[in-house]
Design a protein around this ligand. Structure first.
Ligand code: ADP
Ligand code: MG
Length: 345
């Protein structure tokens, strides 16, 4: 352990100490270049650390255990390389060197395709799929191997909402129902797996924070906010009324969301989806909160406002709007956002 990895003079990982327990769901969160992919490749046994060592089942990796590790792990890379041929062929490819019979291969491939919702497209040319479908296909290619350890490099990046939902659900099921050990990287908080498992925050090659995902998300430290740049994450209790979830996030504030969830929920309101006005707005948006500006932070062409509406919200507006509306610290404003903008984590 205490693994470091350098590429020339780039320090990709600096004294990273990490233990992955069998059956756990671990998310590596961090901005681009923070070392997530490097760490995954090292865990997969595809790269060796410059310093430190990786223990596998308690012992330093040797030629024999490396072989075994590679046989039990599979990695999905950030950029998928698909083969020519059909969707079906792409999944079946991974099984061609195994001792499986034709019928077993067919059954395995069909099960993997059905899990990721691609059965209807199995005869399509793989390269003709949309981006989200290609990502689901690469997940199916890993699933068909039925390995114990899945290392997923940004499996949820750049997905359309439908594919994102499917990929998240598949990852959850593999972990919860099949007991697979999953380590996944992500640079976006909103794509983190339903707030389950353990979260590790990487920045510039170091582990900055580590803990249960739910706790880190509901009680965000300044470090966490800085790295994820995802403000407006609130934990609360949700009650469904007339098809809308009313999430009580504390301090007398309720957020209305389009998803359906009863009980504990962690919600995220993207700062760019909130409209600021001096008067309450007449609109179809379900959320209208009154608050007071507590800080204004300049970020080049955009400005970040923090508004205390019971809970403090971050809002992003243009510099021009700030000037036109004569917004200042202490000014009372209304915040308006749609129920469909509210995401569940
Ligand atoms: P992430 O996946 O979090 O975006 P990476 O692990 O890909 O981060 O990269 C961490 C750092 O290491 C970056 O500065 C990157 O440029 C560098 N790096 C990664 N792989 C290589 C490589 N094969 N050769 C040179 N530099 C690399
Ligand atoms: Mg990466």
């Amino acid at each position: 352990m205490d693994v470091s990895k350098t590429y020339g003079d780039v320090e990709a990982l600096i004294e990273v100490n990490l233990e992955v327990a069998s059956g756990e769901l671990l998310t590596l969160l961090g901005p681009n270049g923070s070392g997530k992919s490097t760490l995954l490749r090292i865990l997969a046994g595809l790269e060796t650390p410059t310093e430190g060592q990786v223990l596998y089942e308690g012992a330093p990796i040797n030629a024999g255990s490396l072989q075994e590790l590679r046989g039990r792990a599979t990695m999905i890379f950030q950029r998928t390389v698909l083969l020519r041929g059909s969707v079906y062929d792409n999944v079946a490819y991974g099984l061609q060197f195994t001792k499986k019979t034709g019928a077993e291969v067919k059954e395995g491939v069909e099960r993997a395709l059905s899990l990721v919702g691609l059965s209807p497209l199995k005869d399509r040319r793989a390269k003709a799929l949309s981006g989200g479908e290609q990502q689901r296909l690469s997940l199916a290619r890993a699933l068909v191997l039925n390995r114990d350890l899945l290392l997923l490099d940004e499996p949820t990046a750049n997905l359309d909402p439908e594919s994102l939902g499917i990929v998240k659900e598949v990852i959850n099921r593999l972990n919860k129902e099949k007991g697979k050990t999953i380590v996944m990287a992500s640079h976006n908080l909103a794509q983190v797996q339903e707030a389950s498992g353990r979260l590790l925050l990487l920045n510039e090659g170091r582990i900055e924070e580590e803990g249960r995902t739910r706790e880190l998300l509901s009680n965000q430290s300044a470090v966490m906010r800085r790295f994820t740049r995802s403000e407006n994450v609130f934990a609360g209790d949700s009650l469904v009324v007339n098809g809308v979830s009313h999430v009580d996030i504390g301090e007398g504030t309720t957020v209305r969301a389009a998803f359906i969830r009863e009980g504990r929920a962690i919600v995220h309101v993207p700062p760019e989806d909130i409209i600021v006005s001096h008067m309450p707005m007449e609109s179809s948006a379900r959320n209208s909160l009154r608050g007071r500006i507590v800080s204004i932070e300049d970020r080049d062409s955009v400005v970040r406002l923090r508004v205390d509406a019971g809970r403090v919200f971050s809002i992003q507006i243009t510099r021009r709007s700030l000037e036109e509306m004569a917004l200042n610290v202490g000014v009372e404003v209304y915040l308006t956002f749609k129920a469909s903008s509210v995401q569940i984590l």
